[in-house]
Structures are given as structure tokens and as C-alpha cells.
Write a protein that binds this ligand. Structure first.
Ligand code: BGC
Length: 760
């Protein structure tokens, strides 16, 4: 008896030890041997990530004396340079001129394609096509590695429910289920099955964590969120990337529970490593170590120690770790072991990439010439761009247009090359993008095209200057707005149909591009109104990096094709859809609000204790607004096709299931229109009663199908046990018995309904 009492705590201790060890990487002998030879300074050097500022520098600071620092063993990785020659030179400094010859990583932001630029991520997410998204990542990795880069600062998986935030463009929208699927597809696409292969690279999931929920939609702003919302809504895509084996994680600029993410031990160690079992390395965002001084966390030495102790391994550009850690060791603020642990994780990643075996593995001028921006990749970019577009309205079914039509092609984005690629495309080349007018001429050479600019993107010179930081995106015409408008009216009057290309310039969304008014700028609205006033049929091709508020345009007798920023093949892809060579199949991955006041608005909002019985009519003492309906302007999952789909006969395979059982949900979908087409069949779930208030409904399945005209298919979606689970108030991931409602349909609001019971 006594013996058991004594032994029990010991056994428990052993079990805990085994469980923790299980998550750790098995030591790599080569790395351990190297660590044994390294001085403290050399270890600290590995924690330093620098940029000479060749790409887009996203902060006020760029690193200085990069060459000297590499030679002095003070650099572990470099970003912002590309090309076999440059990278070879930098690698030679590290390999030949430092004592231990440890090779560098070469990082970059390849957010939606390397040289072959694909649509912005928000656009790609609208395809709901995981194979397509995986293929974008695979092509990005193969082009980037051909140019010497082996570490990608992507995927960005921040859930974003506030379209004022400009970086909504870089992610997959509002939903954690879809966001998780996309995170996994991207990680697998970049990293492939073998990280040592010359055409795969290390991915970096970012921005950990919650960067997509800044207060007031203002970039870099504070985030304050309860754990339940965090675990259920915002953390799943990061975890999905970890589960897919992502090799690195980037911290975010914001604070989480009052502690900046970069110095947040709960986040970087307890959650990421201990709970989720991540065993790769963690890098800060651009100068986010140093920015903790502004956050109010202390001086450079204090914040650097805070970051290291929290679980950060690599410091992007601040050089706080480089310059203060030795002193902190002397003063017993940090231990050498903590530095060794961070260094180990970086060396392990270098080992996994195969850099110790061959530091020049990714440097091959022949590949660079042959594999970047191939005709085949451009063809894929064109096809994928068309698949990212969302048809929001097709008034009088005016689309697709006839290829022989007389078309007025108007608007400030109709002939603008520099706005086609979209935000975060520093490795792309704007000069190579296809404009819309070029695309129209390529696809419909017999069409008579009357072009007129019609308006500026904005008339305000100061605003234009802010947008033009990375080059001329808004170019204010010498002609007066009145003359431009007149020209557009004349072009419209001389044509059968008007295509008006309007929306946001590339840098009106993206980093540090928050807007408090997300409507189409007034200058362009005037153009739209004038085009409608001509009485000609009007198509709006709407370009943006975010959901916009378009209540006025949505009510007008116009057709609207949302094209995001489509990438290098923009014009061709748009023409393919406008002229019907491709039937649009995209669906929104964010809810589009009626006005700014509705934000945040998303499909999985909770019902509250006072739900309104109808979203449209005001009811006193219900959760609604005096001045606007609760319903969004356009719901999550919405997108039309040139054909029509009819849903019927929704069934579940069983009315009752037990814990751990799958459930099949099937529905019949018929293409009732006149064209072949694709449809994204969507499944939403509502847990009717549970221990923490459930979302009204939440996406839990989808399938993209192709149906020939007249064809009918029975579509089955399988609900897995995890799909019924959620984090309860003890943060346990559980399913609770009771009734579930199942909704299946063409978007989050237009659905058929059935249900089942999860037995006790
Ligand atoms: C961005 C990151 C990016 C980094 C390096 C930062 O400003 O937030 O997403 O990876 O710069 O370019």
C-alpha cells in the first residue's frame, strides 16, 4: 500500500515526461554535433534574419552591412534577394568565410505566385478548389526554388471578419473550416512530400496569432479576444497548418491578451509547442521584436529576452537578439540553453532542407532560365484566375457577351497594367500583366471596342500618393473629370453594351491599407451612374482586394462580376469569363456587408437570446438595427453561374448516430440551365443545444462538382466526428449529444434543411 503511494507520483511524472518528449523532434546527430562546436556568439548569429531591402521593405528599417554580418557569422537567414548569382554569393560568404560554414536560408514573401502571379489569396479562396490552391503553391515553390529561394513566408491564414482591414486580401476570408482546408493545401503544396527536393521549400504559417482581428480594422492594432472565440473561430487554420507539418511559424504584430505575440509565452510555447506539438522554428514578423518597445514592454534587451523566453527562435530585422542576448546571458537573464534550443530548431530546419548536404541545392541558373514563368504556368494562371471570379449579379442575363458585340470598355482599371497583380506581389512583374483591353482583343478579336477611361480611380492627389508607394498605381489624368466622363458616355452611346471596370487600385488593400469607407470611390460611382443613365446594358467588372460595400450598385440594373486582383493573366481571364469561354463558379468566402456599421458580419454569427424573426423587418427589443436590416448585402458562399442549379431530396444516412460515427449527407443537384457549369455544394451545421452558445450555423463541408447542362448528380458529403466538436468552456474539444440541424445549398442562406441526433 505504502509503496503504491510513493510510486504513483513518480509514475505520473514519468508519463508526463514521455508525453512531452513524444512531441519533441528526435535529436538529429549532425545538428547535435554542430551545436557542440558552436560558441555562444555563433549560436546567437543563427537567430538573426536580415534583409538588404531588395524586395518590399515593410518597415522603416532595413538591415545594414549585410555582407560583413554574414562573414562575421551573425546571420542565420536572409530575405529580399533572389536569383542564382546573388544567392550563390551570399551562400558562399556563409559557407566559405565563417568558421563553421553553416549555410543560410533564403526567404521571401511568395503570397500568390512567384513570377507567375496568380489571383490574390482572397480570390483563390473563392474558387473553393483545394487542388487548384495546392497547385498554385506547388508552382510558386517550383519557380521560387529555381531562383534560389527555399523559405516562403506563406500561407497567411488569419481569419478576417472586418473588411476595413486591408490584409483581408491575403487570406481565405471569414471561415475557419474553409481556412483550415486552404492552410493544409498550401503547406502541402509548398513543402511537397520531400523537403530536400530542389523544387520544394519550407512554408511559414502566419501571422500567429489573431492578426486578422485588429480593433476597428486598423492594421497592427490591438486584438482582444476571449479564449472560446479564439479556439473555435480563429486558431483552427494555424493548427491545421501545424498538423500538415508546416516547418515554421511567424508571429504577429498584435498583442494577444495584453502581451505582444512575439513575446507571448502562452502562445509560442504553451499552445504552439506543448498543446499542438509544433517542433519547427518560430520567426518574428518584420521588426516585431523591437516593436515591443513601442508596445510598452521594455527596452531592446528586455524585449529580446522576453521574446526568446517566450519561444521565439529567429528575429526578423530588429537585431535585438543579435545585439543583446550575450549581455543577457552574462546577467543571468537568459540561459545559454535557451539560446541553444532556439538555434537547434533553426539548424534542424536547415538540415531538413538538405542544406548541410548541399548548400547550393537551390542554386541552379539552368533551372532559373527554364522553370520560371513558363508558358504552361501562365496558362494555369489564366485558368485559375477565371476560377476565382464571383458572379454577383447577372441582370437580364446579359452575360456572357457575344464575341462580335460593339462594346464600350470604360473605367480607370480597364487599361491599367499596374493594378492587375494585386497586393503582396513583390516577386511578380507588373509590366508583364495582361490588361483588360488586351484580354478583350485577344479573346474577341471581332468585337468592336470603344475604350474610354471615364474617371480616375480617385481624384485626390494626396490619397493617390499614399497608394503609389510601390510604384504608380493611381495615375491622375491631365484631362478634367468632366471631359473623361463625356468620353465614356460617347463610347457607351456608340456601343451595344458597356463594360465598366471599377474598384480598388492594388495598394488600396494589403498591408497598412485599412479603409474606414470600403465603397467604390465616388469618382467611379459617378461613372457607373452615367453609364446606367445611357440606357445601355451595363456590366460592372469589380476589382478589389476586399469585400466592398456596394448597396447602390447592387440595386442598379447592372451585372456584376467580382474579379479581385486577378494576377498576370488578368485581362485574358476576365475576357474568358465575360465572353463565356469559362462559366464562372466562384463563391464568396466573406460576407459582404450593406454598410460599414454592420461590421463585423459573418455567416456563423450567434443567434443571441433575442434573435429577430426575420432579418428584414425591424422588431422592437430584438437584436437588430433601426436603420438597416440584419441580413448582409451578399451572403457567405454566394456566387452565380451562367447556368442554374436546382437542389432537392436532402437526406442524412441515419437519423441518429453515436459518438465517433460518420454521417453521410446527400442531396440531388440538377443543372437546369443551358450551359455546362460547376457548383460548390455547401453544408452548414447547427448544434441546437450545447454547453456554450452555438453559432447560428457554420460551414462544415463542401464539394465542387461539374454538371453538364441537363445533368443530375447525387452528391454526398460526409460529416466526421470532429465536425460535430467544439471547444467548451474548459477548452476541451468535445461533441455533446443532442439535435443537429443540417443545411445544404448553393450559399449560406439558400439551403435545404434536415437534421439528426447525436445519441448519448
Ligand atoms: C509582413 C509579413 C511579411 C514580412 C516580410 C511584414 O511586414 O507582416 O507578412 O512576411 O513583412 O516581408
Amino acid at each position: 500500500m505504502k509503496k503504491t503511494k510513493v510510486l504513483l507520483p513518480f509514475i505520473l511524472f514519468l508519463l508526463v515526461l514521455v508525453a512531452t518528449r513524444a512531441q519533441e523532434q528526435t535529436p538529429i546527430p549532425e545538428v547535435e554535433e554542430l551545436l557542440g562546436k558552436m560558441t555562444l556568439q555563433e549560436k546567437i548569429g543563427q537567430l538573426n534574419l536580415v534583409t538588404p531591402g531588395g524586395g518590399i521593405a515593410t518597415g522603416a528599417v532595413v538591415s545594414e552591412n549585410v555582407e560583413a554580418k554574414i562573414k562575421a557569422g551573425q546571420v542565420g537567414a536572409l530575405f529580399g534577394i533572389a536569383g542564382p548569382e546573388k544567392i550563390k554569393k551570399a551562400q558562399e560568404y556563409a559557407v566559405n568565410e565563417t568558421r563553421l560554414g553553416i549555410p543560410l536560408f533564403f526567404g521571401s514573401d511568395i503570397i500568390h505566385g512567384y513570377r507567375t502571379t496568380f489571383p490574390i489569396p482572397l480570390g483563390l479562396s473563392s474558387s473553393w478548389d483545394m487542388d487548384l490552391i495546392g497547385e498554385v503553391a506547388r508552382i510558386s515553390a517550383s519557380e521560387a526554388t529555381a531562383d534560389g529561394i527555399n523559405w516562403n513566408f506563406s500561407p497567411m491564414v488569419d481569419i478576417a471578419r472586418d473588411p476595413r482591414w486591408g490584409r483581408v486580401a491575403e487570406g481565405a476570408g471569414e471561415d475557419p473550416y474553409l481556412g483550415s482546408a486552404i492552410a493544409q493545401a498550401m503547406v502541402k503544396g509548398y513543402q511537397g512530400a520531400d523537403l530536400t527536393a530542389a523544387n520544394t521549400m519550407i512554408a511559414c504559417v502566419k501571422h500567429f496569432a489573431l492578426y486578422g482581428a485588429p480593433e476597428a480594422g486598423r492594421d497592427y492594432n490591438s486584438v482582444d479576444m476571449g479564449r472560446l472565440k479564439m479556439y473555435n473561430q480563429y486558431l483552427p487554420p494555424y493548427k491545421a497548418a501545424i498538423d500538415a507539418g508546416v516547418a515554421s511559424v511567424m508571429t504577429s504584430f498584435n498583442d494577444v491578451d495584453g502581451i505582444p505575440a512575439t513575446g507571448n509565452k502562452w502562445l509560442l510555447t504553451e499552445l504552439l509547442r506543448n498543446e499542438w506539438g509544433f517542433n519547427g522554428f518560430v520567426v518574428s514578423d518584420y521588426t516585431s521584436v523591437g516593436e515591443m518597445i513601442e508596445h510598452g514592454m521594455g527596452d531592446m534587451q528586455q524585449v529580446s529576452a522576453l521574446a526568446l523566453k517566450a519561444g521565439l527562435d529567429m528575429d526578423m530585422v530588429s537585431e535585438g537578439l543579435l545585439n543583446t542576448l550575450e549581455k543577457s546571458v552574462d546577467q543571468d537573464i537568459v540561459s545559454e540553453e535557451e539560446i541553444t534550443n532556439a538555434c537547434r530548431r533553426i539548424l534542424e530546419a536547415k538540415y531538413k532542407l538538405g542544406l548541410f548536404e548541399d548548400p547550393y541545392r537551390y542554386i541552379n541558373p539552368k533551372r532559373a532560365k527554364k522553370e520560371i514563368l513558363t508558358q504552361e504556368n501562365r496558362k494555369t494562371a489564366r485558368e485559375f484566375a477565371a476560377r476565382s471570379f464571383v458572379l454577383l449579379k447577372n441582370h437580364n442575363e446579359i452575360l456572357p457577351l457575344k464575341k462580335e458585340a460593339k462594346i464600350a470598355l470604360v473605367g480607370p482599371l480597364a487599361d491599367s497594367r499596374s493594378n492587375m497583380l494585386g497586393t503582396w506581389s513583390p516577386t511578380g512583374k507588373h509590366e508583364l500583366a495582361v490588361t483588360i483591353i488586351e484580354g478583350f482583343r485577344n479573346v474577341a478579336p471581332k468585337a468592336k471596342i470603344n475604350y474610354a477611361k471615364g474617371s480616375n480611380i480617385v481624384d485626390d492627389k494626396d490619397y493617390a500618393k499614399r497608394i503609389n508607394v510601390f510604384g504608380q498605381r493611381i495615375d491622375i489624368d491631365k484631362r478634367s473629370p468632366e471631359i473623361m466622363l463625356r468620353e465614356a458616355i460617347e463610347a457607351a452611346e456608340a456601343s451595344d453594351v458597356v463594360v465598366t471596370v471599377v474598384g480598388e487600385a492594388t495598394e488600396m488593400s494589403g498591408e497598412s491599407s485599412s479603409r474606414t469607407d470600403i465603397s467604390i470611390p465616388e469618382e467611379q460611382k459617378k461613372l457607373i451612374r452615367a453609364m446606367v443613365a445611357t440606357g445601355k446594358p451595363v456590366v460592372l467588372v469589380l476589382m478589389s482586394g476586399r469585400p466592398l460595400t456596394i448597396p447602390e450598385e447592387f440595386e442598379l440594373p447592372v451585372s456584376i462580376l467580382q474579379v479581385w486582383h486577378p494576377g498576370i493573366e488578368a485581362g485574358n481571364a476576365i475576357a474568358d469569363v465575360v465572353f463565356g469561354d469559362y462559366n464562372p463558379s466562384g463563391k464568396l468566402t466573406s460576407t459582404w456587408p450593406r454598410n460599414i456599421g454592420q461590421i463585423p458580419i459573418y455567416h456563423s454569427m450567434k443567434r443571441t437570446g433575442r434573435p429577430s424573426s426575420t432579418p428584414d423587418a425591424y422588431e422592437k427589443f430584438k437584436s437588430n438595427y433601426l436603420d438597416v436590416s440584419n441580413a448582409p448585402l451578399i451572403p457567405f458562399g454566394f456566387g452565380l453561374s451562367y447556368t442554374k442549379f436546382a437542389y432537392s431530396d436532402l437526406k442524412v444516412s441515419k437519423n441518429e448516430i453515436g459518438f465517433g460515427e460518420d454521417l453521410d449527407v446527400s442531396v440531388t443537384v440538377k443543372n437546369t440551365g443551358d450551359m455546362d457549369g460547376e457548383e460548390v455544394v455547401q453544408l452548414y451545421l447547427r448544434d441546437v443545444v450545447r454547453s456554450v452558445t452555438p453559432p447560428g450555423k457554420q460551414l462544415k463541408g463542401f464539394k465542387k462538382i461539374f454538371l453538364k447542362k441537363g445533368e443530375t448528380k447525387r452528391v454526398t458529403l460526409t460529416l466526421r466526428p470532429d465536425d460535430l466538436k467544439f471547444y467548451n468552456s474548459s477548452l476541451e474539444f468535445v461533441a455533446e449529444p443532442g439535435d443537429f440541424e443540417v443545411f445544404v445549398g448553393t450559399n449560406s442562406e439558400k439551403t435545404l434543411k434536415t437534421g439528426f441526433t447525436l445519441k448519448k
